[in-house]
Design a protein around this ligand. Structure first.
Ligand code: GLN
Length: 503
């Protein structure tokens, strides 16, 4: 089944069939990733005996590093490994990381985490870039494909996020797994699903034609030759050298601050260097991509309250009026749950709008993303209208807010992946996708700072005061989101010019 790129990209119907294989590999990878992420804070507090603040800071640091490494993973894919080898190497590192944690999570905690950080950096951006290559640059069906792929991401996130910690805590299979090995089994599960992800990818490769193969080495005078093996092995060794470095950096929270201040400017300088080597038209597109990336930092900065302040709000200020469900459980999983159903539907909506010739372009979709995000945060603000005197308010209404925020995510996040692949020059695809995720790292970072500010204001206050503090903060964030959406729509003629024929 040796397909040419044209045969792959000229598919009939709504989706290329290869998207399903990438869907499943990414689903299992996200299971591993979110499974582990979901255990971190709880494990650090209950097992490693860290206090809450330290555990949260350390959690924030791992998140920042994970997404920062996507830039490196994407860059090395473009220059040396190609998407497939990068994905494989990343998957392998994730398996090793999970296995280390499965063997002795208490002793080797940060070592295991660091393997996972680097591994994710090599896996995550590159599988998304491969989805993009299933489409011709101007195929308007790509957004629908990325929406479907996004459903896979969230299916994995939901399953992993739920199962791993439930096993670790003993809430699931508690009578089958003896208490002293529950965490080992939970981390072991993350390793197993990652193995499934890679095995699935081995079969996928056969149907991918030339997509993701190793690039040729660029030689002098525009000639090119086979990539020398030493460069490939050098990349593997270099990424291993990073591991002890990350262990050190993650363990001291101030280092994360330095890291974040340094990495952003450095990557921008590198991007500008690459931009100086491309044609005028390509450069304009890269500028447009950068504008989307910068806006996405604002989006994630507001959106990512979910892991921080919203989880405190859920614990303190919500009742159980939604089917008796636990408010924190709802806060953690409602987004992914909604996406699994809504993402494919919204994808079909985009395709339907194309047929009617009224599909909004990417800028409008991003703008809508911000408007929904803003409305969602205003809805969070409005939960105070239903509160009793103890400051307890409605989980139902809170969940409605999460639904609106999720609609915003679906207008922005999969569309962002899609537009990165369309606006990037051919040999900068991995790096630009990495930059897209690096923006998430900054978003998380900003979110942490905002969340800490809210938590500080709420210290030693009554439940009712906490409700007022948090909801006022959410109203403010809602306003920022709406303003960002409006600004985006206002500058859309300018961005459109930069994007040229890309929509
Ligand atoms: N939740 C999505 C994922 O895991 C988006 C992550 C992000 O860009 N911050 O892929």
């Amino acid at each position: 089944m040796n397909l040419t790129l044209d045969e792959i990209q000229n598919f009939k119907g709504k989706y290329p069939k290869q998207i399903w294989s990438l869907f499943f590999s990414e689903m299992w990878e996200r299971f591993c990733f979110y499974g582990m992420r979901g255990m971190l804070v709880f494990f650090m507090i209950s097992q490693l005996k860290f206090d809450d603040e330290k555990a949260n800071l350390q959690y924030g640091a791992t998140q920042a590093f994970v997404y920062a490494f996507t830039f490196i993973g994407g860059l090395f894919a473009d220059k040396i490994l190609g998407f497939r080898k990068s994905l494989f190497w990343g998957g392998l590192l994730m398996i090793i990381g999970s296995l280390i944690l499965a063997v002795d999570p208490h002793e080797y905690f940060f070592l295991g985490i660091s393997f996972t950080v680097v591994g994710t950096g090599f896996f995550k951006p590159n599988i998304s870039s491969m989805v993009g290559q299933l489409y011709k640059p101007n195929d308007s069906r790509a957004d629908a494909g990325f929406s479907l792929f996004y459903a896979g991401i969230n299916l994995g996130a939901l399953l992993g996020g739920y199962l791993c910690i439930a096993i670790g805590k003993g809430e699931l299979f508690g009578d089958m797994i003896s208490q002293n090995v529950r965490w080992n089994v939970a981390f072991g599960l993350a390793a197993i699903v990652m193995v499934i992800s890679l095995i699935n990818f081995v079969f996928t490769q056969k149907s991918l034609g030339s997509i993701g193969l190793q690039p040729l080495e660029v030689l002098a005078e525009g000639r090119s030759g086979k990539m020398p093996k030493w460069k490939e092995y050098g990349t593997y060794i270099l990424s291993l050298i990073f591991i002890p470095l990350i262990m050190k950096m993650v363990s001291v929270p101030e280092y994360t601050d330095y890291f974040m201040w340094i990495v952003g400017p450095l990557t921008l300088i590198y991007l500008f260097y690459e931009m100086s080597k491309v044609t005028e038209s390509e450069r304009k597109k890269l500028w447009a991509a950068l504008i989307f990336i910068l806006f996405s930092i604002v989006f994630w900065g507001i959106y990512e309250q979910s892991g921080g302040s919203l989880s405190i709000f859920a614990a303190k200020n919500l009742n159980k009026d939604l089917l008796g469900l636990d408010p924190n459980g709802v806060n953690n999983s409602a987004g992914a749950f909604f996406i699994i159903f809504l993402a494919p539907l919204i994808g079909l909506l985009w395709i339907w709008l194309i047929k009617k010739k009224i599909e909004p372009n990417t800028i409008i979709k991003f703008g809508l993303g911000f408007i929904f995000l803003g409305l969602g945060y205003y809805t969070l603000f409005a939960t105070r209208l239903f509160a009793d005197l103890q400051g307890i308010t409605s989980l139902n209404f809170f969940t409605l807010a999460l639904l609106i925020i999720t609609l915003g995510e679906l207008c922005l996040s999969p569309i962002g992946l899609s537009i990165m692949t369309k606006l990037s020059t051919k040999n900068l695809q991995g790096m630009m996708m990495g930059l897209w995720f690096l923006a998430s790292a900054y978003g998380q970072y900003v979110a942490g700072i905002i969340g800490a500010g809210l938590a500080k204001a709420d210290k030693n206050s009554t439940n009712y005061d906490a409700l007022i503090t948090y909801t006022s903060g959410y109203k403010q964030l809602g306003l920022y989101a709406v303003v960002a959406g409006v600004v985006l729509i206002l500058i859309s003629p300018f961005v459109k010019k930069l994007m040229q024929e890309v929509r």
